[in-house]
Every structure is written in structure tokens, then in C-alpha cells.
Design a protein around this ligand. Structure first.
Ligand code: 5GP
Ligand code: ZN
Length: 115
């Protein structure tokens, strides 16, 4: 898994990225192709391909991804103005990297429904 997966490579430091936060479970880094003034990806170090592959033992890990996103939103100054968390699952929703990740987007207005 680790060798082929770009996000595993980022999490282990083999591929360089602009890290926003990291701990023993979670890594957050700036998206290479940002879609908003703030666009950060929050991932577990554990390789999970998508939300479809999550198991009950990942319950706490998934919750942690959201809490990390909340804290980064605050430190990036987008908590009050508003931000969007996106979790694309499979091709039909636009998932292109098959290591589960939250998009944290902020710093501009977002329309609804999303495209
Ligand atoms: P998805 O389309 O799977 O929901 O999101 C994948 C995201 O990963 C995209 O927004 C894309 O720009 C970003 N991305 C893909 N490869 C890299 C990379 O090597 N480094 C960084 N920082 N972001 C990446
Ligand atoms: Zn991976």
C-alpha cells in the first residue's frame, strides 16, 4: 500500500508537502491544487481507501479527523466566516486519490448545492 499510495508517501514524509498539522494518527497538508484560499487535506496515517472501506474499529479515528479539521479551521481563521468539509467517495463523487481524506475549504463563499 505505502509504496503506491501518494498520501501514504506524504504521511511518511517520503513525498514533500506543506504540512499544516500532524500527530501519531493524523496528518494535514495543503492541497497542491487549491480550490479556495484555504484548502487543506486531513488524512489518517492508516491507509483506508475510502469511506466504503471504513470499519467499526475506525470510529475514533474518523471522529479525530473532524476534530483536527475543526482546530485547523480555527487556527487558519475561517471558523467564524464558515468553512466546508468534503469527503468525496468513489469516482462518481470525484474521488481521485484512494486514501480517505477530508477536504477543509474556506476563505471564500461556497454555493449550494455543490457541483
Ligand atoms: P479527491 O479528488 O480524491 O477528493 O481529492 C484529492 C486531492 O488531492 C485533490 O484536491 C488534489 O489536488 C490533491 N492532491 C493530489 N496529489 C497531491 C499531492 O501530491 N500533494 C498534495 N499536496 N495534494 C495532492
Ligand atoms: Zn495510503
Amino acid at each position: 500500500m505505502g509504496q503506491e499510495c501518494i498520501f501514504c508517501a506524504i504521511a511518511s514524509g517520503k513525498v514533500q508537502s506543506r504540512i499544516a498539522y500532524e500527530d501519531e494518527d493524523v496528518v494535514a497538508f495543503h492541497d497542491i491544487n487549491p480550490q479556495a484560499p484555504v484548502h487543506i487535506l486531513v488524512i489518517p496515517r492508516k491507509h483506508i481507501a475510502s469511506l466504503n472501506e471504513v470499519s467499526n474499529e475506525d470510529l475514533q479515528l474518523l471522529g479525530k479527523l473532524l476534530l483536527v479539521a475543526r482546530d485547523i479551521a480555527k487556527s487558519e481563521g475561517i471558523s467564524e466566516g464558515g468553512y466546508r468539509i468534503v469527503l468525496n467517495t468513489n469516482r462518481g463523487a470525484g474521488q481521485s486519490v484512494f486514501h480517505i481524506h477530508l477536504h477543509l475549504l474556506g476563505g471564500r463563499l461556497f454555493s449550494w448545492p455543490p457541483g
